[in-house]
Design a protein around this ligand. Structure first.
Ligand SMILES: C[S@@+](CC[C@H](N)C(=O)[O-])C[C@H]1O[C@@H](n2cnc3c(N)ncnc32)[C@H](O)[C@@H]1O
Length: 208
């Protein structure tokens, strides 16, 4: 498997079991593939926007934490109450080695999350709400487990927003007064070498 194709390889998974297996296998090379070869910028860009709204004492869920690239950046910024969640045990094992997460949990977004309502001051999810990964319905659970006044910050491709149920879900959460939109970034190139033609936006919502 060439490094160039690993992103496409996980996207080509036929179901969530295969996706989980592929991330398990990718875990040991993920950081070097993405950071060195693809210049993966999404964790830094999302953390910079997140830090505009979320205080350093906040209890934070990193939803789809992967190998912990987001947690590593947040920890360097001074956040210390980080909890990782991911469907892939292989990715979580890699994340644990970064020593930045207080807890790590294997759970699947799109299913019920085993956290009490209003558990977190904020949730961050980078590169997870996307095709074949975490569906739009995952947002209901992120809203449930985030305290009123807390923030949910995530990346989303504009084409996935438009065509895969996210726009409808995000609008519905707004019209049902579950959250309000705080900020949406311009379209950003987050994998300039790996996927130069793919753009993402960073969305910030505040739970009501
Ligand atoms: C592209 S990686 C992003 C990881 C990390 N947030 C980052 O930016 O490096 C996607 C991660 O989402 C996880 N994932 C995909 N679908 C998921 C789901 N439905 N529930 C939980 N995690 C999921 C994968 O196991 C993988 O670790």
């Amino acid at each position: 498997m060439g490094k160039q194709n690993r992103v496409q390889w996980v996207y080509a998974s036929r179901d969530s079991g295969e996706l989980e297996e592929r991330y398990d296998q990718w875990a040991k090379d993920y950081d070097s593939d993405l950071e060195q070869d693809f210049e993966y910028r999404a964790p830094r860009m999302t953390a910079d926007i997140f830090a505009k709204y979320v205080s350093k004492e906040a209890i934070i869920l990193d939803a789809g934490a992967g190998t912990g690239l987001v947690g590593e950046i947040l920890a360097k910024m001074g956040y210390s109450q980080l909890i990782a969640m991911d469907m892939s045990q292989g990715m979580l094992d890699a994340a644990r080695k970064k020593n930045v997460y207080r807890e790590l949990h294997r759970m699947v977004m799109g299913e019920h999350l085993d956290f009490a309502s209003d558990s977190f001051d904020a949730a961050i999810s980078v590169g997870v709400l996307t095709l074949g990964h975490a569906p739009a319905s995952s947002l209901d659970e992120l809203v449930r487990i985030t305290k009123p006044g807390g923030y949910i910050v995530f990346t989303l491709r504009p084409d996935v927003y438009q065509g895969h149920g996210f726009k409808e879900k995000q609008d519905k959460l707004k019209s049902n007064s579950k959250w309000k939109l705080v900020e949406v970034s311009q379209k950003l190139q987050v994998l300039p070498k790996g996927e130069p033609d793919v753009y993402h936006q960073i969305w910030v919502y505040q739970v009501i």
